[in-house]
Design a protein around this ligand. Structure first.
Ligand code: SAH
Length: 233
């Protein structure tokens, strides 16, 4: 059993996420991109070019622009349209919008050059018949943002979206879950293994101290980022 304590029943609604974006309450966004993706890019790409790379719960992650500029094809999903519009605006990338026939109310925002496709909808509305399968994924602020009660559902979906032999870089966080309610939620290594273990080889690449004033204000006294590489079998 895992020691996630009181977090297991916590639910953050879609409306609460939309409100965070409306209020500009987005302390999770990294303007300079994520140093761990830079460092482990080769582990994700494995020398391959022109990959289809998935960004679940993408926000306006600047890493999508990095990888697109390297010639990869990016697909993201995010419930906040504001986040997606800010992404295109902040990078000066022209785009167009179209409905997604399979998902009522969903929109796809796609760069004019076609290499970045961002779905504005709930991730649970996606399926491989809509977005096809991926060669790689960058999961940061995604599994750890999913409500704990939905983790298995989220992982089951991810498993259907990843090709055989694909690489999935997963960044999680570690802190005392009795001192902060999340998100981000604490996902112990034992749980990563039970969620993904039957479908992947899992390797922990690095644990880095990421403690900052923000975490101190949450009442924490340590905060680690833990990076895994998952290889789909
Ligand atoms: N991965 C991004 C954003 C992390 S915050 C980054 O690293 O910066 C989590 C994001 O997921 C928020 O932008 C939130 O609006 C979005 N989100 C939460 N639940 C979602 C869901 N069920 N479907 C799609 N997006 C969701």
């Amino acid at each position: 059993g895992s020691d996630i304590g009181s977090q297991k029943d916590r639910v953050v609604t879609e409306a609460e996420w939309l409100q965070k974006w409306e209020m500009g309450n987005i302390g999770f966004h990294k303007e300079q991109g994520h140093p761990l993706l830079r460092k482990y890019l080769d582990v994700l790409l494995n020398g391959r070019s022109g990959l289809r790379i998935f960004f679940p719960l993408c926000g306006k992650a600047v890493e999508m622009k990095w990888l697109a500029d390297m010639g990869h094809y990016i697909v993201g999903v995010e419930v906040s349209e504001k986040a997606l519009k800010e992404f295109f605006a902040e990078h000066g990338v022209p785009y167009h919008e179209e409905p997604v026939p399979e998902i009522s109310g969903a929109k796809k925002l796609q760069s004019t050059s076609g290499n970045i496709s961002l779905y504005c909808c709930n991730i649970y509305d996606l399926s491989s018949s809509i977005v096809d399968q991926f060669d790689g994924a960058w999961d940061r602020g995604a599994l750890v943002a999913v409500n704990p009660c939905d983790r298995q559902r989220y992982v089951n979906l991810m498993i259907t979206l990843m090709k055989k032999n694909s690489s999935y870089l997963l960044a999680t966080v570690s802190y005392d879950p009795n001192k902060h309610k999340g998100p981000p939620f604490y996902v112990p290594e034992s749980e990563i293994k039970s969620l993904f273990g039957n479908h992947c080889e899992i390797k922990c690449l690095e644990k880095v101290d990421d403690f900052s004033d923000r975490h101190r204000q949450w009442g924490l006294d340590y905060f680690l980022e833990v990076l895994y590489i998952l290889k789909f079998l």
